[in-house]
Design a protein around this ligand. Structure first.
Ligand SMILES: Nc1ncnc2c1ncn2[C@@H]1O[C@H](COP(=O)(O)OP(=O)(O)OP(=O)(O)O)[C@@H](O)[C@H]1O
Ligand SMILES: [Mg+2]
Length: 330
């Protein structure tokens, strides 16, 4: 696709100021009560939530700038996965009025992150692989067998819930008993949701496998709809919420004791680390070549997962959103 060429006029316009969606002007506040996340702007009004997926990118929990077409890619992927899995687990999606916007049913979030893991991996101190390497053989209440190596497939996929930490703090992995004892969820509901999350993850892994990918682990957020039904909220199986590996790289990586090639935010992370940034202090300014390359990779991910050519909308995003969301354009 020509637009992914960093010298194409479309990419040059997207890289220029106003070419990506960053902060939203105050006029958007007529859409409802606003909650700004690092990447998404949420507006709630009359039982409905409008999620605008900006082009902001974060790593190490810091917003670094914007990547052209990233919002369209992530919103498109969330839509793809919500459509593909609605029969297995209903979700909050009502419509997609703009490539960077999703309308959803406002739900009451369940205060637990439903993390599902298919592999013994991860690098943070709270990851299952680090715990295993420290000698722990119980993770979130699940017994782990001896003899596993880093990146091995787990004997079965596991729900390893975590609590949502307040902004700025890291979530902690917990067991079902921990959640039940604290009254965050009741046991019967947990058991039902565990089965359903595992079924959803298995369906995601199957679709990913058809595209040459391994869905390694993911995080689901669930909410109670006004009619009492529990549905998926937030996003699903996007590269921001999930880890993917290229299936063809896996056997060789395991044979050599290397990391499987991953399709997540490693590209930007690696560049940041090469600049000496690991989350402390002011982040480096992203040069346009890096932004364009990151855009190319996001688009590639979209095409790989959906199996369809990505047709970016190259109109300046604020004007397009104004029109698609029915804001007066004065
Ligand atoms: N349909 C919904 N009903 C109610 N709450 C929702 C719904 N969809 C998403 N949410 C909640 O809205 C919030 C969305 O926040 P968002 O992801 O934009 O930022 P954040 O999670 O605070 O931070 P980060 O930028 O790190 O993701 C989350 O707490 C999510 O659980
Ligand atoms: Mg979030």
């Amino acid at each position: 696709m020509a637009v992914t060429d960093s010298t194409s006029p479309e990419m040059r316009r997207a890289l220029a100021p106003g070419g990506t969606l960053d902060a939203l002007p105050d006029e958007f506040d007529v859409l409802g009560a606003r909650y700004s996340g690092k990447v998404r702007e949420n507006f709630t009004r009359g039982g409905e939530r409008l999620i605008l997926v900006t082009d902001r990118v974060s790593a190490f929990d810091v917003v670094l700038g914007t990547i052209p077409f990233k919002g369209q890619v992530l919103n498109g992927l969330a839509r793809f996965w919500f459509d593909a899995t609605a029969a297995i687990f209903p979700n909050h999606m009502l419509g997609v009025p703009d490539p960077q916007a999703m309308r959803a049913v406002e739900c009451t979030p369940i205060p637990v992150e439903f993390v599902v893991r298919g592999y013994l991996t991860g690098v943070s101190d709270t990851s299952i692989a680090r715990a295993y390497e420290r000698g722990e053989r119980t993770f979130c209440g699940h017994a782990l067998p001896d003899g596993l190596r880093r990146h091995d497939k787990l004997p079965e996929s596991l729900l390893t819930p975590s609590t949502k930490a307040p902004k700025g703090q890291h979530d902690i992995s917990v067991s079902r008993d921990w959640l039940v004892e604290r009254g965050l969820i009741d046991r019967e509901r947990y058991d039902v949701l565990e089965r359903r999350c595992l079924a959803l993850f298995a369906a995601g892994q199957k679709i990913a496998a058809e595209r040459g990918l391994i869905l390694v682990d993911t995080k689901y957020e669930l909410g109670v709809r006004p009619d009492g039904e529990i549905v998926l909220i937030d996003e699903i199986h996007t590269p921001d919420s999930s880890r993917y590996w290229y299936a063809d790289s896996y056997p060789q990586a395991m044979a050599r004791g290397e990391d499987p090639r991953s399709l997540d935010k490693e590209y930007l992370r690696r560049w940041l680390v090469s600049q000496g940034f690991r989350g402390e202090g002011p982040p480096p300014v992203l040069p346009d070549e890096i932004r364009a390359e990151a855009a190319r990779r996001y688009i590639e991910v979209h095409e790989l997962i959906t199996g369809r050519t990505f047709e970016p909308d190259v109109e300046p995003p604020v004007a397009r959103l104004r029109r698609n969301l029915g804001l007066s354009s004065r």
